[in-house]
Design a protein around this ligand. Sequence first.
Ligand code: NAI
Length: 468
Amino acid sequence: MSYDVIVIGTGPGGYVCAIKAAQLGLKTAVIEKRATYGGTCLNIGCIPSKALLHASEVYAHTAHGIAELGVEVAAPKLNLAKMMAHKDAVVKSNVDGVQFLFKKNKIDAFQGTGKVVAAGKVSVTNDKGEVTTLETKNIVIATGSDVAGIPGVKVDIDEKVIVSSTGGIALSKVPEKMVVVGGGVIGLELGSVWSRLGAKVTVVEYLDNILGGMDGEVSKQFQRMLAKQGMEFHLGAKVTGVEKAGKGAKVTFEPVKGGDKTVLDADVVLVATGRKPYTEGLGLAEAGVVLDNRGRVEIDHHYRTNVAGIYAIGDVVKGPMLAHKAEDEGVALAEILAGQAGHVNYDVIPGVVYTQPEVASVGKTEEELKAAGTAYKAGKFPFTANGRARAMLATDGFVKVLADKDTDRVLGVHIIGYGAGELIHEAAVLMEFGGSSEDLGRTCHAHPTMSEAVKEAALATFFKPIHM
Ligand code: NAI
């Protein structure tokens, strides 16, 4: 069998690339070794975690948030098995959706482990060990990433007591004490889930702030809000050991700056210290494909590896490990393979942390602008001054707009607050079109909406806000 494009891996990068390639008239196949399509994101990542984040938030909100609105109910009762069944059903509908889209777009899907034999040749080994060899003009590596573990620490992740995100979305009971190693996105999202459901969650983070790389002001306020929700933090703390002890585990950490060790007991330890590109068993070395010093497939601006006809996108290449970044690369690469001008604007890739409140950003942080020596101006608007936020008792947080001091072009927008993950996109569209804070501030926004806080922050950037 011969194809124009074979995509190895059907996560958001791979499946989107395949669909776009088929839409553009290329004969396309995908290879997937999991029993279902959609990769980490749909099966064990973004989608199931959002199902649990939503359900646990409804639980916590019902318990603590609605009496003030005049809605009085008896204390909610948790049915964890049902919550997990909801999560599983959401995963199923999404992975089935990908299968439907493959059929609709006449994409051949092969179940099994894909391996690059050489440029133009890919083998698929199924569960029974049967090998099929396929020919193709182009190979796309979209194999994603895997749990990295704790650098320099041997940890036995059994996905029951010591869990990665995979076990962290499938616990059969709420732990009394959970220790989260790593105050990044996974740690704070899944830590929030279990904290809302009743666990005492302690986060141990190496850096001096949570969500390293996030705007510093946002990160500080976010930590205060999570602490108010009951999470405990040890920052500037390096985890040096995670071991099973009895039915639970012990986590040992020490101050990064030096000092005494601390040992914490936990029923469950969530290891959330990052992910690494997944290239195992792909035959890349044999095919002569070069990896960079961090194990990522090295590519040029057109997603080409050093071997003609072999391309790579998503978590397996450089850049943020985000589903939407992988999707956009998939589209751009399919366009390039179809002879069009595919392109991704890496300056405008939003990032969202789906906690409560949500944290969202696009573009540069103040710290990045300072480090680059860019002259900028900042405008801020708090949700406490937004009518809709007051009506919903969702006044925690603010919007911050950063714009070039001379040209007023918006360089970054950072939001912490209810629905931030949706609000951020007007900033993304504005930035994609090279808009200024004045453009944003002069755009009519419906009243009363949370989005007005974005407009007011823009007004504050180029002149003055009205409602403050
Ligand atoms: P991360 O890189 O976001 O955070 C890992 C944290 O662990 C870092 O803050 C690091 O300083 C800390 N750490 C490392 N070694 C440590 C040690 N020995 N002791 C204490 N702390 C230590 O990685 P995370 O949260 O595992 O996520 C993996 C990837 O998945 C990220 O690239 C993330 O962007 C992506 N992701 C994105 C989501 C979203 O966009 N909402 C949701 C979940 C994951």
